[in-house]
Write a protein that binds this ligand. Structure first.
Ligand SMILES: [Zn+2]
Length: 443
């Protein structure tokens, strides 16, 4: 295994340090790193680069099994590595659904074979995501995949009795229920955010209250049964207020925002380009401002990509027929830099918290999101914050091209990603993959 000597990196954006990566761990730091580096160590000049713990995504759709035409575990996890991730949670809405020990073990095994990042399967809350009968949560928790996050994401656990039972059940193995908060009756036929733009362009609206009502109910349920709740992709100012209130009461709730909800608004629907169709929908500028405030003040705990690849057949059609969702693994860090770091709202140390340490804690992944210190597993990412690049979805590692960032110039570039000391990405290029496109532009 190659030994790497990283010189002059800025850990968490602060100061300068040398690091030696050997045998899967950070073997030495500072003067010791250069002194103890073996002769055959590969040196990476990291002057000007920020060193972060490998990113952890609590919300990725890898589409395998079932929709390998949109993404496979191999292509999706390669995209994750290119985006600076070392661990992803794979959502349960596959075909078949990840609602048994057998299916989650299959996803977990395929993730290991691909080797780009650690893959932690999310278990479905209900059998077949039907919202009627509790899935085999205990069997999935006890499986080789050691599932700790349970979600029907893509659909809401709307039955309060089922939600209560799930919250009670996961306590036995320190699990968490991650809710896609969407009141189904209030969002029947909904196509975009309900507001001035939807009224003007004549698309059926998805009102903010449909999200907020479920979050309010669920934090009260979590308090009532003394369990842990995670709110997926929170998108409205009202949702931020509810989570802020719940935390002030001591309720054990965590919340997530997506990169796209930090940047984009419902104004983009005016062109009827379905690349901007997503669930929950893009909201208003006031909502964007509120979720940025919430992430800055800690009300929102993490950024989760909700990477949702779709084929051209499912996405390049008229708005009403198009699938919900957009890709995000390869642009997430840049969007966080653009909206939160370059605006002075978060430091790089904060970025390490919201994109690595806290998602690892919520997902109960003990070997990720660790401090940058001697003896720790070498799950790391080197970022060039001064670089800029223009997003070309056809050049990305994901198998789908439904990126809402197409043509945008974004700041920052992932230079290298290390998974337990092995470089999965070097100079922006995924390793051990001769057919991969190059990502070296903009350096
Ligand atoms: Zn969702």
């Amino acid at each position: 295994m190659t030994t790497y000597l990283i010189t002059d990196a800025a850990p968490l954006g602060d100061g300068r340090a040398d690091l030696l990566l050997a045998d899967g761990v950070i073997a030495a730091m500072g003067a010791d790193a250069r002194r103890t580096a073996p002769e055959d160590a590969v040196t990476i000049d990291a002057a000007g680069l920020v060193l972060l713990p490998g990113l952890v995504d609590l919300h990725t759709h890898l589409r395998e099994p079932g929709r390998e035409d949109a993404e496979t575990i191999a292509s999706g996890t390669r995209a994750a590595a290119v985006g600076g991730f070392t661990s992803v949670h794979a959502m349960a809405n596959t075909t078949p659904v990840q609602d048994t020990a057998g299916v989650v073990e299959q996803v977990w095994r395929l993730g290991r074979e691909a080797g780009w990042v650690d893959v932690h399967p999310v278990g479905a809350v209900s059998v077949g995501l039907a919202g009627e009968q509790l899935a085999e949560l205990g069997a999935m928790a006890d499986s080789a995949a050691t599932v700790r996050v349970f979600s029907d994401d893509g659909t809401c656990v709307h039955d309060p009795v089922l939600m209560r039972r799930a919250l009670e059940y996961v306590k036995a193995f320190d699990g968490v229920v991650a809710q896609h908060a969407q009141e189904p009756r209030l969002t029947e036929g909904a196509q975009m955010h309900e507001g001035a733009v939807s009224a003007e362009i004549g698309l059926q609206g998805w009102p903010a209250v449909a999200e907020e009502a479920i979050i309010a109910r669920d934090v009260l349920l979590a308090e009532h049964v003394g369990s842990r709740l995670h709110v997926c992709h929170l998108s409205t100012a009202g949702s931020v207020e509810i989570v802020r209130w719940a935390k002030s009461r001591g309720i054990d709730v965590t919340a997530e925002v997506t990169p796209h909800h930090l940047l984009l608004t419902d104004d983009l629907a005016r062109g009827y380009d379905p690349v901007y169709k997503v669930n929950p929908p893009l909201r208003t500028q006031a909502d964007v401002d509120a979720v940025r405030d919430g992430l800055a003040d800690g009300t929102i705990d993490i950024v989760g990509t909700d990477h949702a690849p779709h084929t051209r057949e499912d996405k390049d059609c008229e708005w009403a027929a198009a699938a919900f969702g957009m890709t995000g693994l390869e642009t997430a860090l840049s969007v966080v830099q653009l909206t939160m770091v370059d605006t002075g709202r978060l430091t790089w140390a904060d970025v390490a918290r919201v994109l690595s340490r806290t998602p690892a804690r919520i997902g109960r992944v003990p070997d990720q999101g660790r401090p940058i210190a001697v003896g720790e597993p070498a799950n790391l990412v080197l970022v060039d914050p001064a670089a800029t690049r223009t997003v070309v979805p056809e050049q990305q590692a994901t198998a789908s091209t439904n990126s809402p960032m197409r043509g945008r110039e974004l700041p920052g570039r992932v230079v290298a990603t290390f998974l337990r000391g092995r470089a999965t990405v070097l100079d922006g290029v995924p390793q051990d993959d001769p057919v991969a496109p190059r990502y070296a532009e903009g350096r």
